[in-house]
Write a protein that binds this ligand. Structure first.
Ligand SMILES: [Zn+2]
Length: 333
């Protein structure tokens, strides 16, 4: 092999932001020495091996000391700035939509993907890093398609409540597909029954304390209550979309663990919705290529299911002749 062909191999740019100069200098030394003991570099290397060479240059890998700030620098979220939402066991990396120059940024928080080797080295950490890289690569490649494959909410004129559910359904499907593809190659850490139980507990805690904290007489009170409850539901559903990926094999969802089916928390929050939910998830193939119209049809159907599911849990968001309506039986007035 001559030098020319060696030079022609393309890699993604690797950047750091919101990182102090001392850590940045240390990181540079590790890069120069080819020292892969840094989780950030291990993940970078995994991202490169997962990305087709022709797509690498369109993806930037960004190690950030402030994930929230890095996300908010890149998009405006209309009054609802990005917060970190995740269930236990799900690593908080974030892939941003394609920018106007056709670049997709994968953000890796340095408190998880530490610059120095702390926390790395165990087999679990390594497989989690590989899994996360494979997961984010699916997001990046979906964004690079440039067709907004799961952005059904942007392809229609939806009223308020419908828009919320269509947006949530699209995102859950997007996560489910990414997790299914990455999980087939690198098994995830796995969501335990304990994690599910704490996800459900956290949901009820967040809803009840959040609703209580809403100031009396605030004109945005209803909107804030709706956003709070729907967002909390969405966090639970995303965990379930991940969980479903663990059970998806050969276009089937395998049976749940017996003890889970009898678990009171599961039965109260999920129960009979599970087979209906996963049947819809299964209708979208776990591939990078996406048939937009077929996916949109599933997203719309899933949105209806989520709305019914929310109502059954006591959260009623709907569109009425006079406009968007929200009420919840968990919020006595
Ligand atoms: Zn994801």
């Amino acid at each position: 092999m001559n030098d020319e062909s060696k030079d022609s191999v393309a890699y993604s740019p690797l950047l750091l932001e919101y990182v102090d100069s001392e850590s940045a200098a240390m990181f540079q030394e590790m890069v120069a020495a080819g020292d892969l003991s840094s989780p950030l570099l291990t993940c970078y290397a995994a991202l490169q091996s997962e990305l087709p060479e022709g797509e690498r240059v369109c993806v930037r890998v960004v190690g950030t000391g402030n994930l929230v700030q890095s996300v908010n620098d890149r998009e405006s979220r209309e009054g609802h700035p990005f917060r970190i939402e995740r269930g236990d066991g799900i690593v908080a990396a974030k892939t941003m939509p394609m920018d106007s120059e056709g670049t997709v940024d994968i953000l890796l928080p340095t408190y998880v993907f530490s610059i120095e080797g702390v926390g790395s080295g165990s087999d679990t950490d390594l497989s989690l890093l590989l899994h996360t890289a494979a997961h984010e690569v699916v997001h990046a490649r979906h964004h690079l398609l440039g067709t907004g494959p799961f952005d059904t909410c942007e392809r229609g004129d939806f009223e308020w409540a419908r828009l919320q559910f269509v947006a949530m359904a699209g995102e859950q499907l997007k996560e489910h597909v990414a997790e299914t593809i990455s999980g087939a190659k690198y098994p995830p850490a796995g969501i335990s029954m304990k994690t599910l139980a704490s996800t459900f507990d956290a949901f009820w805690r967040e809803v009840s304390s959040g609703l209580k904290a809403l100031p009396e007489g605030d004109p945005n009170r209803y909107g804030d209550a709706a956003y709070l409850c729907l967002n909390a539901l969405h966090v639970v559903w995303k965990v379930l979309a991940y969980y479903a990926a663990e059970f998806r094999a050969n276009d089937e969802i395998t049976a749940l663990p017996r003890e889970l089916e009898n678990d009171p928390g599961w039965r109260a929050m999920v129960g009979d919705w599970w087979p209906r939910y996963t049947t819809l998830l299964l209708r979208v193939p776990a591939t990078v290529e996406v048939d937009i119209s077929a996916t949109d049809a599933v997203v719309l159907e899933l949105a209806g299911l989520l709305q019914d599911w929310a109502r059954s849990l006591g959260f009623d968001a709907e569109d009425r002749a006079e406009g968007g309506y929200f009420s919840t039986r968990h919020w006595p007035i």
